[in-house]
Design a protein around this ligand. Structure first.
Ligand code: FMN
Length: 218
């Protein structure tokens, strides 16, 4: 893997935590070290995005997520359509989760690392058990077989033993379990700041430290 990674796969699934995804995408959009991002959303992710960020439909999904805070709180279909028409950043390529023929489905495609944020326990279960019938699980499977970094931002509470076993299985195969558990000791002033520092930690873990990230000085 080149250090820092230039070609990322970012996937999102039907777990709560769209704010964290949004902050990760914003950071990656502004990071000139990253040149390519393949973005995949499961169908359930769309359901959660509708609930948490009032985003509707798949059209220009990355653009909609990035501009989500530019909309009034009560979003009308008219506003959604306008946001969807804004061009998304060029480095992002949106892939269909149904397209198991997409670039990232093959180990020959040079994806440097993958993040699933948030990662549902359903997707975790499929990744941990090698069930690669959709693009998200297939590209995660490729990362594991090619020994590339795979970060799973798992979100569920409480956890049952199946979840815990699956986290163990995925970690044992090489994934990093990076639960959506933010820190509080830097006293975040807002939910966005809380999520931004979490995204900064994920990126630092991948070799993309962010200049303005909080650093504990002791
Ligand atoms: C509003 C909402 C919040 C949800 N939150 C979670 C969650 O935090 N963690 C989780 O594992 N599943 C959560 N689910 C359930 C998943 O979306 C569901 O299990 C789905 O089948 C996961 O599909 P996917 O893994 O293909 O994205 C939530 C569903 C909804 C509608």
């Amino acid at each position: 893997m080149p250090n820092p990674p230039q070609n990322l796969t970012i996937a999102t699934t039907g777990a709560s935590g769209s704010l964290f995804l949004r902050q990760l995408l914003l950071a990656v959009e502004h990071d000139s070290r990253v040149s390519h991002v393949n973005f995949i959303a499961s169908d359930s992710a769309l359901r959660v995005l509708a609930e948490e960020l009032q985003i509707h439909g798949r059209s220009n999904l990355v653009g909609q997520i990035l501009f989500a805070d530019k909309r009034p709180a009560k979003t009308s279909a008219k506003h959604s359509a306008r946001d969807a028409s804004k061009p998304g950043p060029h480095k992002f390529k949106e892939q269909s989760n149904a397209d198991i023929g997409a670039n990232v489905a093959s180990g020959s495609y040079p994806s440097d690392a993958m993040v699933v944020i948030p990662c549902s326990v359903g997707t975790l279960a499929r990744i941990a058990n090698g069930i690669a019938s959709h693009l998200i699980e297939r590209s995660a499977d490729v990362c594991l077989k090619e020994k590339r970094p795979l970060v799973l931002c798992v979100r569920e509470t409480p956890l049952n033993k199946i979840h815990i076993r699956n986290m163990y299985r995925a970690a044992d195969t090489g994934a990093t379990i990076f639960p959506l558990i933010p820190a509080f000791y830097y006293r975040p002033a807002s939910l966005d700041e809380l999520a931004r520092e979490f995204a900064n930690r994920v990126l630092a873990h991948l070799g993309l430290p962010q200049a303005h990230a909080f650093r504990w000085k002791g």
